[in-house]
Write a protein that binds this ligand. Structure first.
Ligand code: FAD
Length: 329
């Protein structure tokens, strides 16, 4: 019989990622609605030392696999170990991050656990003791609600930055159950060597994103966005047109065939607002657009619009922000 809600934690660079706190908080809410305990699964190198911290977000017990070989996500190594730990939890429902790694892991777990997967969910509810999960479809033009047949286990990945975090209760800690695992034999030559963030803020969990499009005209002009990003401690993103032009790497692309982001503030500079771009950023809390064409579709989504030549506007905007910041400090 199913006994708990299980959340899958994402651990990187010695810490749980913010999205782990979000799924734990959502897990707590669901567990309370179902009247069952909340447990977690955490896999990584050095994760055992930190696992009790998940108690601050309502997790009661954490099953941990800790091994230096688990530094960095490798699908073939992580999938069987996470699946084993999830089975130890014997969950009624599994909730996990819809991060880049989480989406990959989710699909693999779904096959292994024979669980129905809803990826990139933005809302989960419990109705009459049954789970329902909402997710965007058709590039964000509509939403659909999903439910599971009796006896089927829901596996839900949650879009980062959508589900709110509980205020951490520092007095609470989770019970940690360290499980000895046998690492699967390497079936590929992939090894995770090093995590190089080069001091840049990552797009997926960023609170603020400054994105540029074809209007920037050439790669070098992205320095205008990097200046702004530095002032705002933001990540830099790009439209597909900018990526296809070779101005930015594909990892920076926001949209239907890039990353789905959900920051508090998204500043779109020289981006028209094609539906495929909106699919990746349309749920941002505040959208600011800078575009010289007052009829650009991005303005239909924007909370604040600046109809201006970006080459005139951006340097002045950055200078004024710098002055404002130094007057505050
Ligand atoms: C299957 C499919 C998947 C796709 N996936 C994605 C995706 O993931 N992400 C994505 O972004 N796109 C995606 N696209 C492409 C999408 O349809 C658009 O072509 C693309 O988003 C356009 O990028 P853009 O807004 O930078 O360029 P444009 O549409 O060319 O817009 C440039 C804008 O810059 C403005 N501008 C120009 N000069 C200035 C200036 N000096 N000052 C101020 N503004 C200026 C213009 O007014 C214009 O609005 C996809 C398309 C398909 C068919």
């Amino acid at each position: 019989m199913s006994k708990c809600v299980c959340v899958i934690a994402e651990y990187r660079g010695g810490n749980f990622r913010r999205v782990t706190h979000e799924v734990a908080s959502e897990g707590r809410r669901i567990a309370d609605a179902l009247g069952v305990p909340l447990q977690a699964v955490a896999v990584g190198s050095g994760v055992a030392e930190k696992a009790a911290e998940l108690g601050r977000y309502g997790v009661e017990k954490v099953f941990v696999a800790d091994d230096p070989a688990l530094e960095g996500y490798i699908a073939e190594t992580h999938t069987p170990i996470v699946a084993d730990l999830v089975q130890k939890c014997d969950p009624a429902v599994v909730i996990m991050p819809a991060s880049v790694d989480g989406k990959d892991l989710g699909a693999r777990l779904s096959a292994r656990l024979l669980a129905g997967l809803v990826q990139d969910s933005t809302e989960i509810v419990v109705e009459n003791g049954k789970i329902k999960a909402k997710k965007p479809i058709y590039a964000g033009k509509c939403y659909c609600w999903n439910e599971w047949a009796d006896g089927e286990m829901p596996l839900i990945s949650c879009r980062p930055n959508v589900m709110g975090c509980l205020a951490p209760d520092e007095s609470k800690s989770a019970q940690v159950d360290k499980v000895e695992v046998t690492l699967p034999e390497a079936r590929s030559s992939v090894k995770s060597l090093e995590l190089d963030t080069s001091g840049r803020v990552g797009l997926s969990g960023a609170e603020t994103i400054v994105s540029g499009g074809r209007g920037l005209k050439e790669a070098g002009n992205f320095s205008l966005l990097e200046d702004l990003a530095q002032v705002l401690d933001a990540a830099v993103g790009a439209s597909r047109a900018a990526v296809d032009s070779g101005w930015r790497p594909h990892a920076d692309q926001v949209g239907q065939t890039g990353k789905v982001v959900n920051p508090n503030l998204y500043i779109a500079v020289g981006i028209s607002g094609a539906i495929q771009h909106l699919a990746g950023m349309g749920s941002s809390k505040y959208i600011v657009a800078v575009n010289k064409d007052a009829d650009a579709p991005i303005f239909t989504k924007a909370d604040y619009g600046i109809v201006e030549d970006l080459f005139q506007f951006m340097p002045v905007f950055v200078e004024e922000l710098k002055k404002y910041k130094s007057s505050c400090s």
